[in-house]
Design a protein around this ligand. Structure first.
Ligand code: ADP
Length: 511
């Protein structure tokens, strides 16, 4: 009850009546229910109170000497429309009271009235004020949220505009819906092609446009990987683009957001590094080969002369120089692949014959290890492919050598070939140690070797598979691996019938 009284006290009521008994009666009744009440005996006095006090409800008698209730009602509306006006009226003035309501008065109470009737009408008026205030508050909140949203939007836009990397957003049609100045600078676009233009109108690189359009339709390749594409503008500026589809809350694709960063300096560093490796490798190889040959001669001479020296020491020195020579050869091969100068000498190759001779050549090594090495040509005619035979030898020589190295005695190694969808598919499978899932991606990185109880004693450089992958990529093919620890591995190479060296910089399939 106290709470209700406290809340009613918020709404100050003004009672205007020339009859003192009514003024006092109304005041008493409303004071009793906790309302604060001011009284005035005429219109002028009422207007004075309204100037200095905040009034929520005005209860006006219609018939008053001087300014009557109707006029006072008008004046109150001019001062504050939110003041709720209740008219007190005798039967004779009921029609005027209805007119007053038409002009905005809230209700009327006919004289004579019971206190309860007065309380009900006042309570309804208070409820109306409460609801209006609530509605005003909600409206203000809504406006504030809209302003905040607008501010947030313009803040996000400013951030995107000032980002140092290029950003372009497209819809599912591949039309540009947003691009920042860094994007325009990156691709050296002097004039803005305007909103809604296809990405092809902004960028001349077809591969990049295909890359953006593909992501715009929601196709972003392998889960968890960000598709990338490298493009070169104006001859010597390299850009790396990365993209992601933009999904809505229903997980539908709305388009793509693609960033462009300038990687020219990284490219130059990489090139310098490759040149450096190539130079150092080249300089090291000749003296090492000489030492290796001299050691072999010394060993031979010693055997002939029956000299009493530690044979093992020189034998180990020979093995080590041999390992260094193969490391250096691998490094040189990698540098050449990076420079795009390996797999350049393309000619028609009978790949079945090439594989058969690799199997023959490495067969003796396999049997020395107690393994079987077989070639399944599938009996069908495999067409010639146009490729660099040295590169093919390097790819399949490396894969078969690995199979021999990482398969224990008694194991089986099989090389098979078939054609699948205009591609040549060559699989090298073994029943060897296998490779745990967590290593399977990494073994294609330079110098990565799996070191466990099976492989620890096997020497290698960790460069064989990076060379294989580099060559397969440069031919426009792909390599896949399937392996189970303890059961063996299958490395499958797919090569297009027409191989082309030096294509396909992007990682998105058709980019
Ligand atoms: P290397 O054989 O000189 O170490 P590679 O790059 O050819 O270098 O191979 C990287 C690693 O991948 C190897 O160290 C080995 O752990 C693993 N690996 C490659 N081929 C096989 C295979 N057929 N079976 C099991 N492990 C393999």
């Amino acid at each position: 009850m106290k709470k209700l009284a406290e809340s009613l006290a918020e709404y100050k009521i003004l009672v205007v009546d020339d009859e003192r008994s009514i003024r006092d009666g109304v005041q008493r009744v409303l004071n009793r229910v906790g309302c604060e009440v001011a009284t005035a005996q005429n219109g002028e006095e009422a207007l004075d109170i309204l100037k200095s006090d905040v009034i929520s409800i005005a209860i006006l008698d219609l018939k008053m000497p001087g300014m009557d209730g109707m006029e006072l009602h008008q004046r109150i509306r001019e001062i504050d429309e939110r003041i709720v006006v209740i008219i007190i009226t005798g039967y004779a003035t009921i029609e005027t009271a209805i007119d007053a309501m038409k002009q905005g008065a809230y209700d009327f109470i006919p004289k004579p009235f019971e206190p309860d009737h007065l309380k009900i009408v006042v309570n309804r008026a208070i409820e109306k004020i409460r609801l209006s205030r609530e509605a005003e508050k909600l409206q203000a909140e809504r406006e504030r949220t809209l302003i905040d949203l607008d501010r947030e939007k313009s803040r996000t836009r400013t951030i995107i505009e000032t980002l140092p990397i290029g950003v372009v957003v497209t819809n599912t049609e591949g039309e540009v819906v947003l691009k920042n100045p860094a994007f325009m600078q990156s691709i050296e676009l002097s004039s803005d092609p305007g909103p809604g233009e296809l990405i092809d109108a902004c960028v001349a690189d077809d591969g990049f446009c295909r890359f953006v359009r593909k992501i715009s339709t929601g196709d972003h390749g392998t889960e968890g990987e960000v598709p990338t594409y490298e493009l070169c503008v104006s001859g010597n500026k390299y850009l790396l683009s990365r993209g992601r589809p933009v999904m809505n809350e229903k997980n539908e694709c709305m388009g793509a957001v693609v960033t462009l960063s300038n990687i020219t300096s990284l490219k130059m560093l990489d090139q310098l590094k490759s040149e450096f490796v190539a130079k150092v490798s080249h300089e090291l190889r000749s003296p090492l080969s000489t030492i290796h040959e001299q050691l072999a001669t010394v060993l031979k001479d010693m055997a002939l002369e029956g000299a009493e020296v530690d044979h093992d020491i020189i034998e180990r020195a020979k093995e080590k120089t041999n390992a260094l020579i193969s490391l250096i050869s691998d490094l040189l091969d990698l540098s050449r692949i990076e420079a795009g100068s390996l797999a350049e000498n393309k000619k028609p190759v009978q790949i079945t014959e090439l594989l058969s001779s690799i199997v023959d050549f490495l067969g003796s090594r396999a049997s020395a290890n107690g393994q079987s090495l077989t070639f399944q040509s599938g009996g069908k005619d495999i067409p010639e492919i146009t490729a660099d035979p040295m590169a093919l030898e390097s790819i399949f020589g490396n894969l078969v050598t690995n199979a021999i190295n990482y398969t224990p005695a008694g194991g089986e190694i099989t090389v098979s070939i078939e054609t699948v969808d205009h591609q040549i598919k060559v699989a090298v499978s073994d029943t060897g140690f296998g490779i745990e899932q967590r290593h399977q991606e990494k073994i294609f990185e330079r110098f990565y070797r799996v070191k466990d109880k099976n492989t620890r004693h096997i020497t290698g450089t960790g460069l064989g598979l990076p060379i294989v992958k580099g060559l397969v990529d440069s031919m426009g093919g792909k390599i896949e691996i399937e392996s189970q620890p303890g059961s063996g591995s299958v490395f499958t190479v797919f090569l297009p019938m027409e191989t082309a060296a030096g294509t396909g910089q992007g990682s998105a399939d058709d980019a």
